[in-house]
Design a protein around this ligand. Sequence first.
Ligand SMILES: [Zn+2]
Ligand SMILES: [Zn+2]
Length: 364
Amino acid sequence: MEPDEPGTSAVATEIMPLAFAKGKEKYCELCQREAYLQCAKCQVTFYCNADHQQADWVGVHERICQMLVSIRTMKDIYDPAVRKRNQLRKTHLIKICKLVAQSKLSEGKHEEALPAAHCCLQTSIDLYGPNTIQLVPAYILLAEANMGLGNLAVVAELLSQAEWAVLKNPELGASIQQQLHRSLGHFHTSVGNLETALHHFSNDIYFACEEYGLDSSATTKGYFLIANVFNRQGKATIVHSLYSEVAERWHKHLNSLLETHQKHADSSVSFYEKAQRVEMEEMLRVMLEFEQKQSRRDAALIALIAYNLAMLWFINGDFHKTQDFGSTALQASLQIPKHKLTEPIQELLQQVESLQTEPQPGSD
Ligand SMILES: [Zn+2]
Ligand SMILES: [Zn+2]
């Protein structure tokens, strides 16, 4: 569902009062203030000013503009078949907004994640009603976006709404509980309640295991987050052992990714996988920096993490970075006699070299 060439700007026109039922005020899609502009393409989305329209366009509207036409101009609200179709469209819209928001968040684009998260919440309220359990994922996405922007008061409010909904529905699935604990952990980390953060991240891991299994990437990320809190508490030994665990787990994961990649060299990467890789790369870099700064460096761990990064960049097709991290990994592994990674690292580096020296078509 990834758009190839995202347009850079939105097109707006002034609202034409005659086109809409009299006396019905239009509100800005982003801030709910009175609107003066409308999207020229779908004509069912309104904005207070051009900045908000542009922000919405880049954030999510570009992807959902045409979908909104059918959703917002539903003709016969009394026809059950029409209603059903519209509900399905809204469910689909929520799904897309979630994916877009998650992907922006994983890339650290918090401002750009806001419109998608916001649309997710509005559509969920519209479909399921206020104060329902189905709103929790949208609250979490909005909270994560605001957390990145430092709007901690807004985050506290959103997360308490989500917690309240969860309290009222204890039978709620493990996956949503896991996400909520993760966000609460992030929140308490950023306000400095480190013990509370640890409590939430432990619950995060517990629910991640229950939902996705012990070896899942969600569980692994939970260990990484706990390690970061211990790092802030200055407990380097615990951090080191947790990072080792995380690095081993990513290694297994990357090995199987690499295998699939080599079998289907031209397989395209899905939107979700791409977002996951961005996240993984970020985690591995944090871990590598931590280990390289230690006074007593663990060469084996540095080799493992750097090799993971090399594999990741190889899969992503960036041979330059593969070589960079590959040689860091090789240097570290050569410090240990007969280290088990030396050979696979050398193989990867050779593979990159042969791919790079392959004659390009049309050049000689
Ligand atoms: Zn606005
Ligand atoms: Zn539009």
